[in-house]
Design a protein around this ligand. Structure first.
Ligand code: 7PJ
Length: 259
């Protein structure tokens, strides 16, 4: 899965049209690099970030999804807002990636009748603005597991079948470095939930804490983390550097003769 952020560049006055174009061009580059899923996001969920209103988020992501709807890669919408989910699906998205695990009122209803749409349920403690203030767990693996198990049960009770569901422990979302490492080390324990595991660690601050590198210089540590996640059971890896990650994982696939 390749990350496509649609956020206006505050340093240029190109406006929305320019940011749409830039995002589509970036997506095209990821397609050339061999991406399987494009994850389109119009609201930053980085620690400390403020939320974006619905109209603005729609203005950012819908034109990009429309422009990508006739390519042959899957399009995922990274949002927590039900109306954004609905319109993104109408525009051609076949996956909803929600860092809030469909907890917003109306979110389950927005996706449940769309039988062809996959849903990624991510664990997050708190909300982006304050989540890194003082994250606490009794046992991070058990706590995240309980949350995801509960969400999976709620989804299936609402009529969203298991084949449509994906889980994600949510690296960096209300977690210290130790919490993140504990989750990565024990990722295989989530296999018992019997749905594919998605992992997003690419360029995250947990990697910067380990290496001391700034966000735009975390390629090698991102690839190492991606490889560890795959070895420990992840099926989908959300990354910025698609080509580099694919090349690294090709060695793993060759050695293990898996697909
Ligand atoms: C994730 C995400 C992640 C899923 C972001 C960033 C923060 N969606 N969206 N998993 N992270 N499913 O990329 O630094 O880890 S935004």
């Amino acid at each position: 899965m390749g990350v496509v952020n649609v956020t206006p560049d505050s340093f240029s006055d190109g406006g929305l049209y320019a940011s749409t174009n830039k995002a589509v061009q970036h997506a095209q580059r990821l397609i050339d690099d061999g991406v399987d899923i494009l994850d389109i996001g119009g609201e930053s969920t980085r620690p400390g970030s403020e939320s974006v209103n619905e109209a603005e988020e729609l203005n950012r992501v819908i034109p990009v999804i429309q422009a990508l709807s006739d390519t042959n890669v899957a399009v995922s919408i990274d949002t927590s807002k039900p109306e954004v989910m609905r319109q993104a699906i109408k525009a051609g998205a076949t996956m909803v990636n929600d860092v809030n695990a469909l907890r917003a009122p109306g979110a389950i209803e927005a996706v449940k009748e769309e039988c062809h749409v996959l849903v990624c349920l991510m664990h997050m403690q708190g909300e982006p603005r304050r989540m890194q203030k003082n994250p606490q767990y009794t046992d991070v693996v058990a706590d995240v597991m309980d949350f995801l198990r509960q969400r999976l049960t709620i989804m299936q009770a609402a009529g969203i079948t298991k084949e449509r569901l994906i889980i994600d422990p949510g690296f960096g979302f209300g977690k210290t470095l130790d919490h993140n490492l504990e989750l990565l080390r024990n990722l295989d324990r989530f296999l018992c939930l019997d749905v594919p595991i998605l992992v997003g660690i690419s360029r995250k601050s947990m990697l910067g804490t380990i290496t001391g590198n700034a966000v735009d210089h975390r390629r090698y540590e991102s690839i190492a983390a991606a490889l560890l996640a795959v070895i420990n059971g992840a099926k989908i890896i959300r990354v910025h550097d698609v080509k580099a990650t694919k090349d690294a994982l090709a060695v793993y696939v060759a050695v293990n003769d898996v697909v």
